[in-house]
Design a protein around this ligand. Structure first.
Ligand SMILES: C=C1C[C@]23C[C@H]1CC[C@H]2[C@]1(C)CCC[C@@](C)(C(=O)O)[C@H]1[C@@H]3C(=O)O
Ligand SMILES: O=C(O)CCC(=O)C(=O)O
Ligand SMILES: [Fe+2]
Length: 426
């Protein structure tokens, strides 16, 4: 049986009918919980050991379409040269990396990286910290409950936001800002202010982990800049003062894994995603030629994928990666995800140099047509939290929405400076 301590802690069974009582939908019921809310009413149903999943977790056949047996063909890119920052081999290391990145990003938008310098002990502490967090009693996790309209916080199955196609997962998300603009404690402060001072050590782990992910992301941006012919610093500088999002995902074992999903098919709205899979439990899949292909966990490697914001920044040259996460009958799974985002109010538009380079390559007098309108990350983040559930078509839907309601978008672009507020809706 799975190593989860919640297993077998209750035999209560939810009868979820048409009326969705979201208190009954949480795929969690730690042994330490008595399953009652403050008024003594049954608050949480234990899905562990159940034979069927409740209806709101059932996804359509089109979305749960079975995975092919094939592994995703994605390059493993050594970003050591970019991490070291120097020109130690006259830039050959970065150029080699750029070539691999270019191939992957022009096709499906995903590659893996080594040479990233992430301390394995820090990676272990972050993964173990997530395991420990999700094992806590529900009431403790709920101290960090996501506020409506906010991307950060704890959620179980997103049952506070949606009533159908619920994902079989729990998540904890928080904001990260560059040290130079926010001081060095934004993540620690999040943990202590929402969960209590006992959580300071965990906050320190995630602060360090996010700082490391930011460094890796900026190094990857250098490689991507070289690959697109705009130089090493353009995209690095663009994202240096950004406010990113870190998310810990926990996927419990599921009695009917073929009828639901841990995370539905989607492109990340953010710019670049750096993901760490725990152990050898796979689950991440990418759609290629109509088939879902598995991204096998590689010990020591980080999974990197292009998101909608970067697709717009590259005028569509690099593809936002269409992916999903499946769940398993017997095994639980964890992933740590760092979503690199620009500063909330920075205008997302492709660099003139990229447009000129395309025109020169295609021997045209005029620059290529802009594929997406200007927008800010604050607008897109708010769109996904308030108007549209992120999926495979977010960027197109967002562009249409901007076109239909330009004043609305302009009104939301004056974003707050605090990382949490940055993801609030108005
Ligand atoms: C801006 C964001 C919205 C989501 C979290 C970040 C980046 C990825 C988005 C998400 C994971 C895409 C799939 C659907 C989603 C609802 C989820 O399953 O968590 C998305 C996130 C969200 O809106 O919270
Ligand atoms: O857990 C995974 O492997 C993927 C999660 C994901 O796609 C996301 O959180 O955006
Ligand atoms: Fe994703």
């Amino acid at each position: 049986m799975p190593e989860n301590p919640h297993h077998g802690s209750s035999d209560r069974l939810a009868l979820v009918g048409k009326q969705v009582d979201r208190r009954l939908l949480l795929p969690v019921s730690p042994a330490a919980d008595d399953g009652k809310d403050d008024n003594g009413a049954a608050a949480v149903i234990n899905l562990w050991g159940q034979l069927k999943i409740p209806d709101p977790f059932v996804w359509s056949h089109a979305e749960t379409m079975v995975s092919s047996e094939r592994e995703l063909d994605a390059p493993v890119v050594d970003v050591g040269a970019a991490m070291r920052g120097g020109d130690d081999d006259c830039g050959a290391g970065i150029r080699r990396a750029a070539e691999l990145v270019s191939g992957a990003c022009s096709s499906h938008g995903l590659f893996q990286v080594t040479g990233h310098g992430l301390d394995p002990a820090l990676a272990r502490a972050a993964l173990d910290g997530a395991a420990a967090f999700f094992r806590l009693p529900l009431a403790t996790k709920q101290r960090a409950s996501r506020a409506p309209g906010n991307v950060t916080g704890y959620t179980a199955a997103h049952a506070d936001r949606f009533t159908a196609n619920l994902p079989w997962k729990e998540t904890l998300s928080f904001g990260h800002r560059d040290r130079r603009t926010s001081g060095s404690h934004v993540v620690v402060d999040y943990f202590t202010s929402t969960l209590g001072s006992d959580f300071k050590p965990l906050g320190v782990v995630y602060q360090n982990y996010c700082n490391a992910m930011k460094e890796v992301s900026l190094a990857i941006m250098e490689v991507i800049g070289v690959s697109l012919g705009v130089g090493r610093s353009y995209y690095r500088d663009f994202f240096a003062d950004g406010s990113s999002i870190m998310r810990c995902n926990y996927y419990p074992p599921c009695p009917e894994p073929e009828r639901t999903l841990g995370t539905g098919p989607h492109c990340d709205p953010s710019a670049l995603t750096v993901l760490l899979q725990d152990g050898d439990v796979d689950g991440l899949q990418v759609l290629v030629d109509g088939e879902w292909r598995t991204v096998r966990p590689r010990p020591g490697a980080l999974v990197v994928s292009i998101g909608d914001t970067f697709m717009a920044l590259s005028n569509g040259r690099y593809r936002s990666c269409l992916h999903r996460a499946v769940v398993h009958r017997e095994r639980e799974r964890r992933s740590l995800v760092f979503f690199l985002c620009p500063r909330e109010d920075r205008v997302v538009r492709p660099p003139p140099r990229l447009l000129l380079a395309v025109a020169a390559r295609e021997q045209q007098q005029e620059q290529p047509r802009r594929r997406y309108p200007d927008f800010t990350w604050a607008d897109l983040a708010r769109f996904t939290q308030r108007h549209y559930r992120a999926d495979a078509g977010t960027l197109d839907a967002f562009a249409r929405w901007l076109g239909a309601a330009p004043t609305c978008a302009a009104a939301t672009s004056a974003a707050s400076q605090s990382p949490d507020k940055a993801h609030e809706t108005v």
